[in-house]
Write a protein that binds this ligand. Sequence first.
Ligand code: ATP
Length: 268
Amino acid sequence: MTSIMTGSAAAAGHETPQGPAAPPVVLEGVAKRFRQGDAIIEAVRGVSLTVEEGAFVAVMGASGSGKSTLLHLAAGLTRPDEGRVAIEGTDLAKLPDATLTRFRRRRIGLVFQAFNLVPTLTAEENVALPLLTEGRDDAIAGRVGPLLDRLGLAPRRRHRPDALSGGEQQRVAIARALVAEPALVLADEPTGSLDSATGQGICRLLRELSEERRRAIVVVTHEPAVAAWADRVVVMKDGRILAELRAGDDYRDAHSLAARYQGAVESS
Ligand SMILES: Nc1ncnc2c1ncn2[C@@H]1O[C@H](COP(=O)(O)OP(=O)(O)OP(=O)(O)O)[C@@H](O)[C@H]1O
């Protein structure tokens, strides 16, 4: 866990030939409402959040506080009623639906609690799928094998999901999320279906990937033991950001994070 204390949240100063790179995701005053019968639910209310390259951010909060909705807004799976979502400087509102879908496939990797692998395909076929969908067959040989190696899945590459453990299935899902080399990986309760030791292995892997590959990673979780791997923890309540906690200053491990999180929620 030492890397949490030393890990830098923001990769400031990354330059492209055009100048400083825009952050992987910027949310500005984003709001989302849902109708439930006669009631209007304000799931997310005026949230602003920037996640820099290489940052590992966790989103915590009680059930119904708006965490998944926030993640879906960042992924462009849901369009906001107010505010702006920009991925690497591209305003998602300016993209028509079909363009947004293609953009998402290229720039955003998604990981879910339920893995969502295709049951009839092998591990390597599942990982190759985003490249096939994009007509990037040329990239499959160079990317899928090395990624499976890196994630410790090489011996399992020809197995279908039902022959893999939960942790292996989630590693396949993470490989699939990374294969297009996205700017941003969004994970909704990625350890929710796993035992705690396997879940910690997945967290360690996400942490390493954020450091090695400079991906921005946002993880929604209920578990302090998962969030403690992050550089920053965003605490949500009733659709708003209640507090932001920083590794090293506000917490050093799952226990101190849980105490700080509880304190933030109780004092609100
Ligand atoms: N598609 C939808 N239609 C109607 N209401 C919705 C929809 N999606 C979310 N909501 C409502 O918006 C609020 C926020 O939901 P959201 O799923 O974002 O919360 P959450 O913090 O992720 O909860 P959990 O931890 O239980 O997954 C809840 O009141 C939920 O019932």
